[in-house]
Design a protein around this ligand. Sequence first.
Ligand SMILES: *[C@@H]1O[C@H](CO)[C@@H](O)[C@H](O)[C@H]1NC(C)=O
Ligand SMILES: *[C@@H]1O[C@H](CO)[C@@H](O)[C@H](O)[C@H]1NC(C)=O
Length: 315
Amino acid sequence: MRAQGRTFTKFSTASILILSCLFFILYYHPLREATPESYPTYDPSRKGFQLASPRIPEKIWYKVGPKGLSDQSEEWLHDCLHKNPAHSAQIMTDLTGDQYVQENFGDRPDIVDAYLSLSVPILKADFLRYLLLFVEGGIWADLDVSCGDVPIREWIPETMRAKARLVVGWEFDVGWGENFIRQFESWTIMAAPGSPHLFMVINDIMEGIRQKTEEYQVPVSGLTLDMTGNVIDFTGPRRLTRGILKSLELARNETIDMASISNLLEPVLLDDVLILPGYSFAASSNSYSNVNVTGPSLVQHHYAGSWKNHNGGEI
Ligand SMILES: *[C@@H]1O[C@H](CO)[C@@H](O)[C@H](O)[C@H]1NC(C)=O
Ligand SMILES: *[C@@H]1O[C@H](CO)[C@@H](O)[C@H](O)[C@H]1NC(C)=O
């Protein structure tokens, strides 16, 4: 699958462009921060220098269910690519998702086994996005997401481009009072390959699977939504949020003061994690008293919720 991913890239660009890109990367990226292996799959041969981030591949990942791409989703997808001509899209299916995980997680047979065994589609769809972004990076997009007018290359504020390796946005942040659980949305996630924070999320999911199979004395294939509890916690946005914050706390050796990342009116960079305000990826789920302080809505989520039936699959 990785080879197939590369077929989207072009190798014909002049080498001077590649050298310029390398200069760009090195200029914004002091060697003490990371070795070149930190961005293994980034291909600098794509045209242009104003990348959203020097390390985040310009590739959008989609995943279709057994019914394929709806006309509406196809329209949104094409609109997104039209607005972002440097980006390519790769549409995964159930089959290619399985193959991808088998081929790329050979050193983690536990992950391959668990992924292939899971029988609830939404759990696999959640899991797949973290696995893909961890190996390859890029942008995950659910099929019910449409792009706004700001090009993806401008999603990350210029001063943060050199550092950001994982980009998430609040789903619920402003307008909910104080007595609720904040979560990052998971319909749009941007990542450079190899994010330790996504690795934390992946390992936390594995631990969650282990606990539930033990509790109910079933194989992974026997796990149902009744056993896993709320999908949002098991593999969804809250799992993502907890994993990222936990990973950041470990990396920083300090507790994250939630006040410092709450009620955001502008993006915040915590180490290499860029947290976007609610209005960026989830404008309809946040309400601001002064509309003038908000920035542009980068994507719109249309809440198709195709997984919200009893079996957690497409209706
Ligand atoms: C982490 O923080 C604690 C308390 O602030 C300190 O005692 C400890 O040495 C730190 N550990 C590392 C690895 O920096
Ligand atoms: C908010 O924007 C509106 C329309 O552009 C403008 O009339 C108003 O003065 C602005 N308010 C503030 C507080 O900036």
